[in-house]
Unconditional design. Structure first.
Ligand code: ZN
Ligand code: ZN
Length: 398
């Protein structure tokens, strides 16, 4: 399953990046496929990349989505158990007197600090009434997990706006909020006097003297992909959020050499590792993030160029033995350049296998796909369709 994150678009003067780009291999895939359009969640619902990937793997996101915190935490390598409360976190700079909750945020990225290893180490040595773990993510980001706190909700301590005070965490369980607020205060004290920050101050850099929490979620009981489908899943991605979805459903996750999650990614490395992964896995999800980034950046030509850069590499997928393999090419959502964010416009989906009922579609784009034999499906249908084509589905009924 090749996921071209955020590739589909809305037309500008009747054209989308997919209708403009020269992409003989992508069009060849459409030609040998059954094609259609797909609502990854449901018509009119704007999908996140996490909820839509859950759906594409056959998991109802309304049932299994944990919120972003746990998925990011899994994606940066923290193991989670049901009941653990996970947050996304930022190192930040605060100023003022009193406790952490009296202080004002002056930089939510602490001068774009990226060497946070020593600070993370120091935070993990704080003593709290519960077990917890802090892990480094990219740049100024981190993930923080509090073990076994079972709560319905926990609010952000990140005010998300510069010039405002750090917020107190609130929760339906007062003792949970108390523990998280104790962490906030102790983290501030630890960071304020840490040698890394003393050195930063000496060099005229902003201190990373607070850690702000947002996007809390509670880890749930999620049946593994292996248990549900009897199949081994491998997710190939450089993006923590997508790796987190893979981990959430108990899949193996892998970031190939040179994969960056952006347009400078090593396409050769990503596609060849996906082909190789078919030897040891049953379902391989290969995620390419760049189109979504280019959509958020409102870069129409950038999308066209990246389609044309990707296309020659797809020859490796056309060489697959389609008597044995089912190839799905699709997206998790549209990221139209005019909007600069995800929309609910359905995505293009092409499914090919030796026995597939091909249709008359010969181009991979938003308009041609509407004429295909799949018509309009949901994200949760796509895996079932593939398993049926491969004759590894179970019959419903007698
Ligand atoms: Zn996405
Ligand atoms: Zn996006």
């Amino acid at each position: 399953m090749l996921i071209l994150d955020g590739l589909p678009d809305r037309p500008i003067n009747g054209k989308t990046p997919l209708t403009v780009a020269k992409k003989p291999n992508l069009d060849k895939i459409a030609e040998i496929s059954v094609n259609g359009i797909m609502d990854t969640i449901a018509p009119g619902i704007r999908p996140g990349s996490d909820t839509s990937h859950l759906a594409l793997l056959g998991y109802d996101p309304y049932k299994f989505y944990t919120g972003r915190g746990p998925i990011e935490a899994l994606g940066v390598g923290i193991e989670l158990k049901p009941g653990d409360v996970a947050f996304r976190a930022n190192f930040a700079t605060v100023v003022g007197d009193g406790s952490i909750f009296d202080k004002v945020v002056v930089d939510r990225r602490a001068g774009r600090i990226s060497e946070t290893e020593e600070l993370v180490k120091a935070l993990n040595e704080i003593s709290l009434p519960v077990e917890f773990e802090v892990a480094k993510a990219t740049g100024h980001r981190a993930a923080v997990v509090f073990r076994g706190l079972f709560t319905d909700f926990a609010t952000d301590t990140d005010p998300k706006v510069v010039g405002e005070k750090v917020r107190r965490c609130k929760s339906n369980r007062a003792e949970v909020a108390e523990i998280i607020n104790e962490f906030m205060q102790k983290a501030h004290e630890t960071l304020e006097k840490h040698w890394v920050n003393e050195q930063r101050a000496k060099n005229g850099l902003k201190k990373a003297n607070a850690i702000l929490l947002r996007g809390a979620g509670v880890m749930k009981e999620v049946p593994s992909f292996k248990d549900r489908f009897g199949l081994r899943l491998k997710v190939i991605s450089a993006t923590a959020l997508i790796k987190g979805v893979g981990k959430l459903v108990g899949g193996e996750v892998f970031t190939p050499h040179g994969a960056t999650g952006n347009k400078d990614t090593n396409l050769e490395s990503k596609i060849s590792s996906a082909v190789k992964a078919l030897d040891s896995s049953d379902v391989v999800l290969l995620h390419l993030k760049a189109f979504d980034e280019l959509g958020h950046d409102r870069d129409f030509n950038g999308k066209v160029r990246f389609i044309e850069k990707l296309d020659p590499h797809l020859e490796n997928l056309l060489d697959l033995d389609l008597s044995n393999v089912c190839l799905i090419v699709t997206s998790d959502h549209s990221t139209p350049v005019k909007v600069g964010d995800h929309t609910a416009d359905p995505v293009v989906v092409s499914i090919t296998h030796e026995d597939v009922r091909r249709d008359e579609v010969t181009r991979f784009d938003e308009f041609s796909a509407t004429k295909g034999g799949l018509c309009r499906i949901r994200g949760m249908d796509v895996l079932n369709i593939a398993l049926d084509l491969l004759n590894i589905s179970k019959k419903f009924g007698a």
